[in-house]
Structures are given as structure tokens and as C-alpha cells.
Design a protein around this ligand. Structure first.
Ligand code: HEM
Ligand SMILES: N[C@@H](CC(=O)c1ccccc1NC=O)C(=O)O
Length: 273
């Protein structure tokens, strides 16, 4: 207790600086290349992944605000949160360009030091997938019980995905969302519903903020698919047909993850609009 008081007194006496507020010294000490030398490009590899994880953290933070706005049927706030998420997603896609300045030769010079580490193990990416509705039990099980990643994923697993928050908000605003969809098991996959699609067609024809919300959700779905596509092309040019360090077939596996929509109803109705 006395130590805390002394630390607080010391903080109170010193003026707050950029470095102190942002804990820059700690942040810049977090890049630990493992290769001999070390290989110049390993620093880029580490930095870009850490930047991705900070943006994943921000996307999850914005998702909290989006879901809160939907719960209050405050569609203007919901659209602001979505606009920010979409802009972050564009940055995540464009960041792939930076990593593509690394040649296959540079990457292969330190790739063995990555051992079995892989993006497969990104708990925040998987939490984002769960919160956006792409829940898979086997992914949850891949993260050790008691780990921070497992706790994050369990919370995301139990929570209603974004589209359920959208449907509950639309229902609260008087739109005809079927009861069986509102009461569905939120840990189960959702493959779309005809009555929901009819309701959405009505929303589009009515226009307004609810229609804009649906269009931004399509942008979000497309944006994540865009990142997956860029990641596949980067993998193809960097390791070709080599298997992944995470045990997958590599690019072949990643190609199989493309084109799975997060919000199937919004894609199913395009021809009716
Ligand atoms: C040279 C760069 C990269 C290569 C060669 C690469 C390769 C791979 C491969 C082969 C996989 C399949 C799993 C495995 O067997 O390992 C994978 C998965 C993944 N990688 Fe990368 N990756 C690279 C960069 C990145 C970056 C910068 C991120 C950003 C966080 C990232 C995030 C992920 C994620 C989230 C998965 C799981 C995808 C899924 O299962 O849908 N990767 N990566
Ligand atoms: N799975 C990648 C290795 C890799 O890219 C990676 C390794 C450690 C931490 C994050 C990574 N990024 C994506 O998988 C590979 O097979 O080369």
C-alpha cells in the first residue's frame, strides 16, 4: 500500500510525457528476433504482426461500441462505429503490401526459427471471427484451458454474434424478425432464413439508416474476405506450395477459407433489390 502511494506521489510530481503515457520504452522492447544475425527482415515480420494484433484489439473494442449502439437502437452511432471498423479493415488489407516487400529468400532465411508458431494461434483474430458469427468448436479447443486466449474465445463463443445484435435491434424497431431466429442458439452456425431475407428486402426498399446499416455490414463481410484473399496471395508468393508451420497444407488450406459469407441473408437478397 505504502509502495503504491509512493509510486502515485512520484507520478503526480513528474510531468506526463509522450513516452511515459504511451509506455514507449516497454513497447519498443517487445520485438525479439530469434534468427542468427538476426536476419534484417525478421524485425519487419514481428512488427507487422504486433501492429495487426493491436488493430485486432481496436476492432474488438469498436465491436463492443457497435453492439451497445445496436442495443439502444442508436443507428447513427452504430454507423459511426462501423465506418471506423471498415477504415481499420482497409488498413489491415493495405498493410499486406508492406509484408510483400519481403522476398521469399528473406523469409526462408528465418522461417525455421518460427517452429510451429502460426497465425492459426491468433486468439484475437479467432475472437473477431466468433464475434462476427464464424464460430467453430475445434478452434475454441485449440487454445489451452486457463490461457488468456481461451478466456477471450470463450467469452466470444458465448456472446451473440453481431448479426444477432442487428436482428434484435431491427425487431425492437418494429421490423418482423421471426421469433425462432431471435431465440436461436447463438453458439450455433447461422446459415440464413427466408423470413429474415423478406424483412431485409423491405428494409432496403424503405431506405433510411437501417438500409445503410445493412450496406455497411456487406462492406464488413467483403472487407474480411478481401483480407483473407490478400493473405492467400501473399502466402502463395512467399512460400508457394509449402505446408504451413501451423500444420495446414498452406495456401491450399487458406484458399478453402475464402468466400464464406458472414451475413448470408444480406448476400442472398441481392437479386431481389
Ligand atoms: C510471410 C507472411 C505470412 C505467411 C507465409 C503466412 C502463412 C500462413 C499459413 C501457411 C497459414 C495457414 C496455417 C498454417 O499452417 O500455418 C496462415 C494462417 C494465418 N495467418 Fe498467416 N502468414 C503470413 C503473414 C500473416 C500476417 C502478417 C498475419 C496477421 C496477423 C497473419 C495471420 C494469419 C491468420 C489469422 C491465420 C489463420 C487464418 C485462418 O485459419 O483462416 N499471417 N498464415
Ligand atoms: N504459418 C506461416 C508462419 C507465419 O507466417 C507466422 C509464424 C508465426 C507467427 C505468425 C505467423 N503468421 C501467420 O501464420 C508459415 O507457414 O510460414
Amino acid at each position: 500500500m505504502r509502495g503504491n502511494l509512493q509510486a502515485l506521489a512520484a507520478m503526480a510530481s513528474k510531468p506526463l510525457t509522450y513516452s511515459h503515457y504511451l509506455r514507449i520504452d516497454e513497447l519498443l522492447a517487445l520485438q525479439s528476433p530469434r534468427s542468427d544475425g538476426p536476419e534484417h527482415d525478421e524485425m519487419l515480420f514481428i512488427v507487422i504482426h504486433q501492429v495487426y494484433e493491436l488493430w485486432f484489439k481496436q476492432l474488438l473494442h469498436e465491436l463492443d461500441a457497435l453492439e451497445q449502439a445496436l442495443g439502444a437502437s442508436a443507428l447513427d452511432r452504430a454507423l459511426s462505429s462501423l465506418r471506423r471498423m471498415l477504415t481499420i479493415l482497409k488498413t489491415l488489407v493495405s498493410q499486406v503490401d508492406i509484408l510483400e516487400t519481403m522476398t521469399p529468400l528473406s523469409f526462408s532465411a528465418f522461417r525455421t526459427r518460427l517452429e510451429a508458431a502460426s497465425g492459426f494461434q491468433s486468439a484475437q483474430f479467432r475472437a473477431l471471427e466468433f464475434r462476427l458469427g464464424h464460430k467453430r468448436g475445434e478452434v475454441l479447443a485449440q487454445h489451452p484451458a486457463g490461457s488468456a486466449g481461451r478466456a477471450l474465445l470463450q467469452q466470444a463463443w458465448d456472446a451473440p454474434p453481431l448479426f444477432d445484435h442487428v436482428l434484435r435491434s431491427l425487431s425492437a424497431q418494429g421490423h418482423a424478425v421471426p421469433e425462432h431466429v431471435l431465440r436461436r442458439d447463438v453458439t450455433a452456425a447461422y446459415d440464413g432464413d427466408g423470413a429474415v431475407q423478406s424483412m431485409l428486402v423491405g428494409i432496403y426498399r424503405q431506405g433510411g439508416l437501417a438500409a445503410q446499416l445493412c450496406e455497411r455490414l456487406v462492406d464488413l463481410d467483403e472487407g474480411l474476405q478481401e483480407w483473407r484473399y490478400r493473405h492467400v496471395k501473399m502466402v502463395e508468393r512467399t512460400i508457394g506450395t509449402l505446408p504451413g508451420t501451423g500444420g495446414s497444407t498452406g495456401a491450399g488450406y487458406l484458399r478453402s477459407t475464402l468466400f464464406r459469407p458472414l451475413f448470408p441473408d444480406l448476400w442472398a437478397i441481392r437479386a431481389q433489390l
